[in-house]
Design a protein around this ligand. Sequence first.
Ligand SMILES: Cc1ncc(COP(=O)(O)O)c(C=O)c1O
Length: 356
Amino acid sequence: MRNDWFAKELEKYSKLAGYKKPEKHSNVIKLDSNENYAVSDEFLKKMINEAKENMDVREYPLGGTERLVQDISKYIGIPKEMIGVGNGSDQIIDLFLSNFTSKDTKILTSDPTFGFFEERCKLYSIPTIKIPFDKNMTLNLEKFLSNSKKASILYLDTPNNPTGFRFEKRDLERLIREFKGLVIMDEAYVEFSDYSIVEMTKKTNNLIVLRTLSKSFGLAGLRVGYFVANERIIDTFTRVIQYPYPLNTLAIEVGIMALRQSKYFADVANLVKKERSRIITNLQQMKIFEVFDSKANFVLFAAGGSSQRIYKALIEQGISIKNLGKVGPHEGCLRVTVGSQDMNSKFLTAIRDLLN
Ligand SMILES: Cc1ncc(COP(=O)(O)O)c(C=O)c1O
């Protein structure tokens, strides 16, 4: 009997699609996962080598996340009591959803939103109200406001993955102020944008802001995420919900060193923003794509019926971008990550050659 119960549960879960990881192509310029190749590999390797000297992996990282939190606190100007960490912001999302929701919790979000978040909602059978992107790949604030009473959690990635859209600051502040349930704002790409709402956490008890070192710090492989919220949420999360050693020693030590060199990473983020403009302008000049504005380290463009051909031809040229299909009302959407200057130039040349 008991086995029967488990078999049924397993059958139910096995039918879910799960998070679809990008295809792994070898020896390609990888512009498909919003990683940050504008950060110098040598710079990171040097930091990792230095970090290795100061650690002993035979020990559990006791006190490690506390030290990391202190440096995050300096970096964002928020008291350390208001900061928690996770094994990537993915894990923080997962722990909040798995512990604080049920089938009766409705989540208000955009369509599309961050893919991992959507998949976790499916995994935990959490119903969602999804507000679609419109023709310009923007979201309508009024639609969010009019649905806000029907939901108990509001989740937005701001800027949004995969569109690059973010609300104007005053609009987002208004939405957060008016939403009475739990508000989760995912600022994974905020360093490439032009404002953060992290300061609002000081006065807003129901607000959680997610951040990560995966994007602007170029440390996706180390899995360092963090979040900002009121002290009570942080205390409960870190003491009861989070497991005692969520981050490994190397991630902690390199994370600390990276935060202490935040000026370098801020300069890289500025370069990425310039390169993003170059990519947008160049794609627009090709006159066959609909190119959308972006505040993140990627650019979304609609190629209609040509998208599959372009995607495949780029792979043959050794360049991997993300093939998303329909996004909002637009068919054949492709998303390209902003890489190093050289990578971006290769992408632009390849796509120009394809069209000639
Ligand atoms: C909106 C958003 N949030 C979170 C993440 C994942 O962040 P992390 O690497 O910290 O788990 C991503 C990664 O693509 C993302 O697009």
